[in-house]
Design a protein around this ligand. Structure first.
Ligand SMILES: [Zn+2]
Length: 106
């Protein structure tokens, strides 16, 4: 069997948004204990816009992409302000910090 390279399998990132039912927690408060949230396949995430549940197979890939992205952002933030680093991350962080207020825009 030939190994699939770039063809056949393309990891397309789906825009995700927090599940409204569990507020991204992946669990909902039941009567006695927390229950797995069925609306988001226990992931806390649904497809942005349509709010469709993502299949577990797809979720693994999507959460991996999301995690990789988050880890890159964390690395950038941990490195602190650098002259060669991505400016937008620093500016975002700086704006939030310098403002002093707890403005989330929510
Ligand atoms: Zn949910």
């Amino acid at each position: 069997m030939k190994k699939a390279h770039a063809h056949g399998f393309r990891k397309e990132q789906i825009e995700l948004e927090q599940c409204l039912t569990c507020k991204g927690k992946a669990v909902v408060q039941g009567v006695f204990h927390e229950l797995a949230c069925v609306d988001c396949n226990c992931s806390g995430w649904v497809m942005a816009g349509s709010r469709l549940t993502i299949s577990t197979d797809e979720l693994v890939t999507q959460l991996s992409l999301r995690l990789q992205q988050a880890q890159r952002e964390i690395e950038v933030l941990q490195r602190g302000p650098t002259l060669s680093g991505p400016a937008e991350y620093y500016q975002q962080n700086n704006r939030r910090g310098a403002g002093g207020s707890n403005y989330t825009g929510d």
